[in-house]
Design a binder for this molecule. Structure first.
Ligand SMILES: [Zn+2]
Length: 135
């Protein structure tokens, strides 16, 4: 799969360092690592505003769709239409749906069908993949 924004690993590392991203951000976004639960900086953040891809700034979620899933990762019940691409992930012996940024392919997390109404979806995200912008 190719995405509109293409950079080398070295370019992503430099860009994330320049933005002051979390140390885990490169491995999470470019190599699909998962941060440990209850360690991410946005899990307990309930401020207004919006959430963007840490790599390219793509607007992914509005803060109003964030909810406390109790799973240890920031969770949302609705993504901005078209912002996220879903990929079936069969690693670790499970069939899960991986979510990546539609603009740059950054790994964000997974989406599950056990979220709250009205969508029934739970976008389980890594804090390291996100950048919160206040309104
Ligand atoms: Zn992106």
């Amino acid at each position: 799969m190719t995405f509109p924004i293409q950079k080398t690993d070295a370019e992503w590392r430099a860009l994330l360092a320049e933005k002051g991203a979390e140390p885990a951000a490169f491995e999470v976004t470019r190599h699909a690592h998962t941060e440990r639960p209850f360690t991410g900086k946005y899990e307990e953040v309930w401020a207004d505003g919006s959430y963007h891809c840490i790599c390219c700034g793509n607007h992914l979620f509005d803060a109003g769709t964030k909810f406390d899933a109790g799973c240890g990762w920031p969770s949302f019940w609705k993504a901005i239409p078209g912002a996220i691409t879903e990929i079936t992930d069969r690693s670790h012996g499970m069939a899960r749906v991986e979510t990546v940024c539609s603009q740059c392919g950054a790994h964000l997390g997974h989406v599950f069908e056990d979220g709250p109404a009205p969508s029934g979806l739970r976008y389980c995200m890594n804090s390291a993949s996100l950048e919160h912008q206040p309104e």
